[in-house]
Design a protein around this ligand. Structure first.
Ligand code: ATP
Ligand code: SF4
Ligand code: MG
Length: 337
């Protein structure tokens, strides 16, 4: 193999997605609350970053803010999101639409609501090629069949004329993934792409995502509750709690030596955390309501290491090694417990 064809080491790959200090406020009947609080991470081309955390910790809000798809009750109030160098938070609707597909794409958990129920799937898959690439009806239809073949839909030419409800959940998820990767985006966000599926199908879909990612050299942000999927599929992990990032770093390092008590709690509560298909295990207690997030450490109510300073001062993420950060005043103590 020629040296020029060797893949560049991870650290030399261009950063495809760079999120800094992202904050999102939510308007609720009882006032405004912060759902995402200063979240930051970056993902290089071809790499996978997992967003991990219990239900309600702000993973989807983070993803939706990046994709410009937030519900009107939510608003980005700070930070920046750069996709291949473009600050997407500053774009208007037209600018966003130009990026959606060829640069940034998102796959959701619920394929049935994400697909148009009254249009044959072939036509839906052909749409990106007509809109973004100006292809004719016939050429784009051909592209749709190619895509269906690629994602493993049997008899694609025939099935292109079917409607979403005529497919199984797993096949619908394949269609959704096909639509998301149609234009070779630089960044793909997959928000719990397999949660609604049975365990065997989950594994197939994860494999397909991995193959497509390698083939198309995409940066993948994978949102999941599944520690086994994170361990097996992600390069880096961002652990979130109550809208805050509490720990980041390479998955193997974070999982083998967590430096935040929340991460440690998640891992400790599954003795063999590499169990596929399991939901995130419970750390005793539950996250605070957004309207009652304490002013000191967000994790203080559930933390076994809590002490006075934790109630007074919010720990900021600090480097705990060259590639890792943790937001805990006493993170070095975890080396000894
Ligand atoms: N449209 C909305 N209106 C009001 N509150 C919302 C809305 N969407 C999310 N929230 C709240 O914002 C917080 C963050 O929600 P988010 O959906 O990002 O969590 P998540 O980490 O994706 O959880 P899950 O794992 O259950 O998908 C939660 O407290 C949630 O109740
Ligand atoms: S800062 Fe204090 S409460 Fe927060 S995680 Fe660290 S030890 Fe626990
Ligand atoms: Mg979610």
């Amino acid at each position: 193999m020629k040296p020029s064809t060797l893949p560049a080491p991870a650290a030399d790959r261009p950063v495809a997605l760079d999120v800094e200090g992202l904050s999102v406020d939510l308007r609720t009947p009882s006032g405004t609350v912060r759902a995402v609080d200063g979240v930051g991470f970056s993902v290089r081309k071809g790499r996978t970053l997992a967003l991990l955390g219990e239900s309600g910790c702000g993973k989807s809000m983070t993803a939706l803010s990046i994709a410009g798809l937030l519900d009107p009750v939510a608003e980005v109030t700070g930070g920046s999101v750069r996709v291949c160098g473009t600050d997407v938070l500053r774009l208007d609707g037209a600018g966003r639409r130009k990026l959606a597909g060829p640069v940034l794409s998102i796959v959701f958990q619920d394929a049935l609501t994400a697909l148009n129920p009254v249009q044959p799937v072939g036509r839906q898959l052909a749409e990106p090629f007509r809109i973004h690439r100006g292809m004719s009806r016939r050429d784009s239809a051909e592209k749709a069949v190619e895509l269906m073949t690629r994602v493993g839909i049997p008899e694609p030419r025939l099935r292109a004329r079917s409607y979403p409800h005529q497919f199984s959940g797993g096949m619908r998820q394949r269609l959704l993934i096909a639509m998301a990767v149609a234009l070779d985006p630089d960044v793909l966000i997959a928000d719990e792409p397999t949660t609604a599926l049975d365990v065997t199908v989950q594994a197939q879909i994860m494999r397909l995502l991995r193959e497509l990612q390698t083939e198309r050299d995409m940066a993948l942000v994978l949102i999941t509750h599944d520690l086994a999927v994170v361990a097996q599929r992600a390069d880096d992990v961002v652990v979130m709690y109550a809208g805050n990032v509490v720990e980041t770093g390479p998955v193997d390092e974070v999982f083998s030596r967590p430096r935040h008590p929340y991460t440690k709690g998640l891992l400790d509560s599954v003795p063999e955390h590499a169990v596929r298909g399991r939901p995130l295990p419970a750390v005793p207690g539950s996250p605070p309501e957004l309207s009652a997030v304490p002013s000191g450490c967000v994790f203080q109510a559930r933390c076994p290491l809590v002490r006075e300073r934790c109630a007074q001062e919010r720990p900021r993420p600090v480097s705990v090694s060259a590639s890792r950060s943790a937001a805990c005043h006493f993170s070095e103590e975890l080396d000894h417990v």
